[in-house]
Design a protein around this ligand. Structure first.
Ligand code: SAH
Ligand code: SF4
Length: 372
């Protein structure tokens, strides 16, 4: 173990060169990375996996991100939006089955009607579950007023991936207009933090034009932003998107998968007490993908509880799994899978990020001692 120490001392871990070396590691060094990230997880946040019931309630989107299968210009997508009652029923299912939290996710829409639709749904779910069901939103970029209304209605976590922390690469992945601006995305993340959301971000791994240096910078970016949660996964090409033209330049899927595991392991070492999701895109590449991620540092799973009839219309990328199963299938198979890897499910609890809890205690304490 001590032979590997120079790779894992704090100064090396927090350096671009140190991170690149570990992102490129194979064999014994990679095993060592995974052993350490696993240990960091177990000693900081134990072997508990929390569920977030994922409700992909609409694929309507005003944006045209070059990587995404439900981008506005993809005319082959049949657009749908669940009714408020359907969304609330899915939330009730999650609550009754001990999930502890839900994630409301959709394409991005900026409109007063959308803001109000979501606000009313959050209020109803919050009231019906007496505030016990955690509510995470993943609804893209919105103005401060909208974020504030949703926060007041009862949402308390927000996921907004930066996608890549390299502004130049970001620009190559998006149309060059005001709707797709790196600066706006970053500003939104800062606003969410100001409004006291638990903030989650993340990146795609194995994107066209992306380098290992970009990924190392992504890790430091997330640390610098002091995030509470992270969801990051492999980029998976989709035939009806502009980036499909670059499919021949990509790393093989198996390497994108492995690189994602290394990103998760490194983030766990840099930020031992945050929540890290084992994302569905991992499972799209390897049927045991999420379990592998949990064993090396992830602690969150987001089972899809969108009503089955809509799932085939929310294809962000190809080979998305679980599109034809019903929610019960997913729940029972997941329970068996988690115990197989010697983890426990944190049932009936929101499973808030320990990092967020500590961050708040610190702020409170420094406020009391007059430092803030
Ligand atoms: N519209 C919202 C939320 C839905 S998209 C938003 O964009 O924030 C959720 C995530 O799906 C995106 O952040 C992106 O990282 C991921 N995604 C989109 N297309 C993908 C692809 N082809 N491969 C892997 N992940 C993809
Ligand atoms: Fe819309 Fe999100 Fe897809 Fe971009 S990534 S096109 S905002 S759903």
């Amino acid at each position: 173990m001590s032979d590997f120490l120079p790779y894992f001392d704090t100064q090396t871990l927090f350096s671009i060169q140190g991170l690149i070396r570990l992102l490129e590691s194979e064999g014994e060094l990679q095993d060592q990375l995974f052993a350490r990230s696993r240990q960091a997880k177990l000693s900081n946040i134990d072997n508990i996996v929390y569920f977030r019931g994922l409700i992909e309630f609409s694929n309507a989107c005003q944006k045209n991100c070059y990587y995404c299968g439900i981008r506005k210009s993809n005319t082959q997508v049949k657009r749908y939006t669940l009714t408020a009652d359907e969304i609330i029923a899915a939330a009730r299912y999650a609550h009754e089955n001990g999930f502890g939290s839900i994630v409301l996710q959709s394409g991005e829409i900026n409109s007063p009607a959308f803001t109000e639709f979501i606000e009313n749904i959050i209020k109803k779910i919050h009231k019906e579950t007496e505030g016990k069901l955690g509510i995470t939103l993943s609804l893209g970029e919105q103005n401060e007023q909208t974020y504030l209304r949703w926060r007041k209605a009862g949402a308390h976590r927000y996921l907004l991936r930066i996608e890549t922390s390299n502004p130049g690469l970001y620009q190559r992945l998006h149309p060059n207009d005001d709707l797709h601006s790196f600066d706006t995305r970053l500003h939104c993340l800062k606003t969410l933090k100001k409004l006291d959301y638990q903030v989650g971000t993340g990146v795609m791994i194995g994107l066209p034009f992306q380098t290992t240096t970009d990924l190392a910078n992504d890790l430091l970016f997330m640390h610098h932003l002091d995030i509470d949660m992270c969801g990051m996964g492999p980029y998976i090409e989709h035939a009806q998107t502009p980036l499909y033209a670059y499919r021949d330049t990509l790393l093989p899927l198996s390497q994108r998968f492995q690189l994602t595991l290394k990103m998760i392991a490194l983030l766990r070492l840099l930020m031992p007490d945050i929540n890290i999701a084992a994302t569905t895109a991992l499972q799209a590449i390897d049927p045991m993908g999420r379990e592998k991620a949990i064993q090396i540092g992830a602690n969150i799973i987001m089972p899809n509880i969108t009503p089955a009839k809509y799932r085939n219309q929310y294809l962000l990328y190809e080979n998305k799994p679980c599109t034809d199963e019903n929610a019960d299938d997913c729940l029972s198979c997941l329970e068996a899978r988690i115990s197989m890897i010697k983890h426990r499910i944190g049932k009936n609890t929101r499973g808030d990020s320990l990092h967020y809890q500590k961050r708040n205690t610190q702020t409170y304490e420094s406020h009391l001692s007059g430092k803030n």
